[in-house]
Design a binder for this molecule. Structure first.
Ligand SMILES: C[S@@+](CC[C@H](N)C(=O)[O-])C[C@H]1O[C@@H](n2cnc3c(N)ncnc32)[C@H](O)[C@@H]1O
Length: 274
């Protein structure tokens, strides 16, 4: 990775947060990764997100699909089932001990830092970040380095938290209450929340000359699952299926879709290298 850019937080503070992040992911974070899969309703919502990511992949193209920040490999395992044994090679990278879970799922998982990628130039067909890019402090430099590793014609699929006036307001009001009870956001997630912005992500990708598609998703069911903290709503399969159906109906009506995007919690970017 390159040195933090002019607009990045101070390197000394950043290094301390990188250390705290690894410690937290190794102790607390890795267990939280299983929480949505222990709740039937929440697992439908996460599977819907996986489907959105899969829809952005060219599964027939040769080459490797790499997930940076793969955790225990839940997404990769789901993709593996979707593509079957003759599909593309799937590989995961994660900075934490959680990556051992990928091997337990029969997947190739490497312990490495997404800010310091051990990848050759133009060696990977597709790179996915599913809720992981915002854990990189200098995510703009991280993206530029991942771009270096991407083959011409290859793509990024980014599925990450929205930073909108609405999301900032809700975080401002609810985080102090929520974090009293449960520690489900990592040190970098919490400390750099205002620093991670989809506009900066888009700007970085545009400067790299990538062609882009962008949309926001997940305004209703996902927040009610409690994400990695779990919730009473997340237990109900019926409720979550109903909410997902409602979201799909809203997405089909342009003015309603626009309104939903104002209060959405995730964005999806597909960016292709020329
Ligand atoms: C929200 S989880 C992603 C979950 C994953 N997509 C799944 O299917 O379970 C974010 C992951 O990013 C990882 N992470 C955080 N900082 C990282 C870094 N600098 N490099 C690589 N992975 C990192 C964390 O250890 C964590 O497993």
């Amino acid at each position: 990775m390159t040195e933090p850019t002019e607009t990045s937080p101070q390197a000394t503070e950043a290094d301390e947060y990188r250390r705290l992040e690894r410690e937290w992911q190794n102790t607390v974070g890795k267990d939280l990764l299983d929480v949505p899969w222990q709740q039937e309703g929440a697992s439908h919502v996460f599977e819907r997100q996986f489907q959105r990511i899969a829809d952005g992949l060219d599964l027939d193209a040769p080459g490797t699909i790499l997930e940076i920040g793969c955790g225990k490999g839940h997404l990769l395992e789901w993709l593996q089932k979707a593509v079957g044994p003759s599909g593309p090679k799937l590989v995961g990278i994660d900075v934490s001990e959680a990556v051992a879970g990928a091997a337990e799922r029969g997947l190739l998982g490497l312990r490495a830092d997404g800010e310091f990628l051990p990848l050759r130039d133009e060696s990977v067909r597709t790179i996915i970040y599913d809720g992981a890019l915002h854990h990189l402090i200098d995510y703009e430099a991280g993206l530029r380095d991942a771009y270096r590793a991407l083959q011409p014609g290859g793509s990024f699929v980014l599925f990450e938290p929205v930073s909108s006036p609405f999301s900032r307001l809700v975080h401002h009001v609810l985080d102090p209450i929520v974090f009293k009870k449960v520690e489900y956001e990592s040190p970098i997630d919490q400390h750099y929340k205002d620093y991670f912005a989809e506009d900066r992500v888009l700007e970085t990708l545009k400067k790299l000359g990538m062609s882009l598609s962008f949309r926001r998703t997940d305004f209703l069911a996902y927040p009610l699952t409690g994400c990695y903290a779990g919730s009473a709503f997340g237990r109900s399969s019926r409720l979550m299926r109903f909410l997902l159906g409602f979201e799909s109906a809203v997405e089909k009506v342009p003015p309603l879709r626009w309104l939903a995007e104002v209060v959405s919690w995730r964005f999806l970017i597909i960016a292709t290298k020329a």
